[in-house]
Write a protein that binds this ligand. Structure first.
Ligand code: PLP
Length: 359
């Protein structure tokens, strides 16, 4: 298997891929692939419901929350969220922390009144803005944060206390990578293709009271309550992706749930950050120490030529996806849940070797 450091779609656990392979053609004795059967049938519905209950169970079975399996990616949530929750006379509050927050803000502005309550633009988004003591207006419909900025490599270490105002988080690139207190959030959304499964399904986890009523003047498919009242089976769901998510959730349980995964994830990130910090300046982590992501480790070399050479040589050694996002350059190792510690160790061995030859 390749050392896969892709930012997304990303590595999946080998055990999950192998299990899916084993039941690909004949799903549980039905003589059909799960892709070939009715989404209204008992067999598929069981998988669908299992995925929802596993997800909630991993998050502590907090009362009053529901899961939706949607399509259109997190990018569709950027619009669907304000369409549903930003009513007339209210304002949507956003923290501007980088490239993905920017996209969420732009979509919200198309829908209604939107304000940026904190931003780290002044330091090129190399940190998460300090939100301690943040004051939100009573007119605030919600506060939106981007839990992990996939491109810049920053991540919230603590989430703000928003009192009665719902906290909404785009967790596309760090969902289920660490323990969270679901009670803190009104709604979380994520595209599946980094930590949860293949692309094609988008997960929304929300307090039921927040999504049980949607405006009637928005299209049916864009209303949260359409999907809530139909158990995410209003239309044909992305059945294969939901099945894969269920398998990934099973695998997470086997890794010691979120506490177990968090421990491994922190160890993986620490290994790479230590290699960067102990390189005597050969490698440089541009993100402020208190905002470093444990999912996307971004780093630089002293010049772009050397970065190009690093990427070329790393590819020759079987490392995939280490090139930083085209908008920021540099290097990035995405080390989501399914990236094994051994791959991170192989990467740091390569980094040390590269430094020796070029330092
Ligand atoms: N939000 C974050 C933090 C992301 O990392 C991404 C994709 O990389 C998105 C949103 C967009 O997700 P999608 O491609 O599912 O629309």
């Amino acid at each position: 298997r390749a050392y896969n450091f892709n930012a997304g779609p990303a590595a999946l656990p080998l055990e999950v891929l192998e299990r899916a392979q084993a039941e690909f053609v004949d799903f549980r004795g039905t003589g059909m692939s799960i892709m070939e059967m009715s989404h209204r049938g008992k067999v598929y519905e069981e998988v669908h419901n299992e995925a929802e209950s596993r997800l909630l169970s991993l998050l502590g079975d907090v009362k009053g929350y529901k899961v939706l399996f949607l399509q259109g990616g997190a990018s569709t949530q950027f619009a669907m969220l304000p369409m549903n929750l930003l009513s007339q006379g209210k304002v949507a509050s956003y923290v501007h922390s980088g490239s993905w927050a920017d996209k969420a803000i732009k979509e919200a502005k198309l829908i209604g009144e939107t304000q940026i309550v904190a931003s780290s633009e002044a330091n090129k988004f190399m940190s998460i803005p300090d939100l301690s003591g943040i004051q939100l207006s009573d007119q605030s419909a919600y506060l939106h944060v981007t839990s992990n900025e996939t491109i810049e490599g920053t991540q919230y270490q603590v989430y703000p206390d928003t009192g009665n105002i719902p906290l909404i988080a785009d967790m596309s690139s760090d969902i289920l990578s660490r323990e969270i207190d679901l009670n803190q959030f009104g709604l979380i959304y994520a595209g599946a293709q980094k930590n949860l499964g293949p692309s094609g399904v988008t997960i929304v986890i929300a307090r039921e009271d927040l999504i049980s009523e949607s405006p009637k003047n928005i299209p049916t498919m864009m209303r949260y309550n359409t999907h809530l009242s139909n158990n995410s089976l209003y239309n044909t769901p992305p059945a294969f992706s939901v099945y894969m998510v269920n398998e990934v959730l099973k695998w997470i349980g086997e890794q010691g749930s979120l506490a177990g995964l968090e421990k491994i994830n922190r160890k993986k990130a620490q290994l790479i950050y230590d290699t960067i910090d102990n390189s005597g300046g050969f490698y440089r982590g541009p993100v402020e120490a208190g905002s470093r992501s444990i999912m996307n480790v971004t780093f630089r070399l002293t010049n772009e030529e050397l970065e190009k050479q690093f990427i070329k040589e790393s590819e020759q050694e079987g490392f995939i996806g280490l090139k930083g996002h085209r908008s920021v350059g540099g290097l990035r190792a995405s080390i989501y849940n399914a990236v094994p510690y051994e791959s991170c160790k192989a990467l740091t061995d390569f980094m040390l070797h590269f430094q020796k030859s070029n330092g």
